[in-house]
Design a protein around this ligand. Structure first.
Ligand code: ADP
Ligand code: MG
Length: 378
């Protein structure tokens, strides 16, 4: 597939979006000390845009003339890249805009995509300055590839494009509760995990999904056309969408209606956590989905049923630092690769997160959109 890979031109001009408040507040210092000298060697010129508030980067890339830049570089955590992706998707010319290669340089406390890309590139597990150096080296090499995004829709009518994951329950609580320990850097998650273990909660709701396996099993795709990820549902007829409107979710039915009959509904309705992840890492030290790749067309769905003991939960989290949690064969933990999912909380309790950012608790569903954007990937 010829469109899958590309290389940045030289010389090349990068727009750098930098959040000075991300992580422990050293993003600008690290950028000047570590990143800029390497980029200068690689003939990559930079224009730095320092964000002054939440949503600033979103507005910047939504309104920007992108033709002047060869790549958009985010120096922050996953949160700022989430703003950039969604700002680009709001543009009437999103199809063109999403061809602009994106790059993440870890400056935040949650750097899951950077850790994932470091892992896909085959580098040793590293954190902090070493991870920043590896990611900068990837930018210097200039090779990019396509990345899947997941479209998430909520009952109140919000729609997001997500590159990392959607979560509810335990892990999301840790993510948001530990924001107050941002100064600790990534250690904030270790402290947060121990605190949330102490007050372990159960979340009630219904989880449904469209397994990847459902397509390969009972109803084989016709041979004459390449199999799209529409799984039996009729795709929107071409030309019915207004030009520039965002891509339709062909696998989903409205949240008010029951899920299609070929979906799976999880019989249990009490969970400790639900996490739909599309990258390997959930944090620099959490290898949650070792099989995930940038454009595998897959949502890696994990859920943990209520009744698990604190000791087992702690063991699973410790194993997750090496990605060996599934080897423990814990009956409370399930893993299934899916194309789409729906989560309907019974009451508005617990925190939901999209790419590490908090979301009000309400029914949500999502589906994968394969290869919707491009990222520097080594
Ligand atoms: P971290 O990993 O440290 O959480 P993120 O990149 O996720 O770093 O950023 C956290 C939040 O900070 C994002 O939601 C972003 O909108 C917000 N933000 C961006 N610029 C600023 C700023 N100048 N001051 C405060 N918050 C900001
Ligand atoms: Mg964040």
């Amino acid at each position: 597939d010829g469109d899958s890979y590309g290389v940045l031109p030289r010389p090349c001009h990068a727009l750098v979006l930098l959040n000075p408040q991300s992580g422990s507040g050293r993003a600008l210092d690290d950028f000047q000390a570590v990143v800029q000298p390497m980029l200068a060697e690689a003939d990559i010129a930079t224009t730095v845009f320092i964000t002054e508030r939440p949503h600033h980067a979103h507005e910047k890339v939504r309104d920007e003339d992108l033709s002047q830049w060869d790549t958009l570089v985010v120096v922050s955590g996953d949160g700022l890249l989430f703003e950039v992706v969604n700002g680009l998707m709001e543009r009437p010319d999103w199809k063109e805009a999403m061809k602009k290669p994106l790059c993440i340089l870890p400056g935040g406390s949650g750097n899951a995509l950077a850790a994932s890309i470091n892992y896909y590139a085959g580098y040793d597990h590293v954190a902090k300055k070493k991870l920043l150096t590896n990611c900068t080296f990837i930018l210097c090499k200039g090779l990019y590839t396509q990345m899947d995004l997941v479209s998430l829709s909520t009952a109140s009518g919000k729609r997001f494009f997500s590159f990392l994951g959607f979560g509810w329950g335990f892990i999301s609580d840790v993510d948001i509760d530990s924001e107050k320990y941002r100064w600790l850097g990534s250690a904030r998650f270790t402290l947060g995990t121990l605190q949330c273990l102490a007050k372990l909660r159960v979340y009630q709701g219904r989880l449904s999904y469209l397994p990847v396996a459902a397509e390969q099993g009972s109803a084989p795709a016709p041979r004459d056309v390449p199999a799209p990820v529409t799984n039996g549902r009729v795709p929107e007829p071409a030309g019915t969408e207004a030009p520039g409107s965002p891509p339709p979710d062909s696998l989903l039915v409205p949240l008010g209606q029951p899920v299609p009959p070929h979906w799976t509904v999880v019989p249990e309705e009490e969970f400790v956590l639900v996490y739909a992840i599309y990258q390997s890492h959930l944090g620099t030290n959490l290898l949650m989905a070792p099989a995930a790749r940038l454009h595998d067309g897959c949502i890696h769905l994990f859920y943990m049923k209520a009744g698990i003991s604190r000791v087992t939960l702690l063991k699973l989290f410790l194993a997750m630092s090496r990605g060996t949690h599934l080897d423990l064969n814990c009956p409370h933990l399930s893993y299934v690769p899916v194309r789409a999912f729906r989560l309907e909380p019974r009451v508005a309790a617990g925190i939901m997160t999209v790419d590490g950012e908090a979301l009000a608790c309400e029914p949500v569903q999502g589906q994968v959109h394969a290869r919707l954007c491009r990222v520097l990937s080594g």
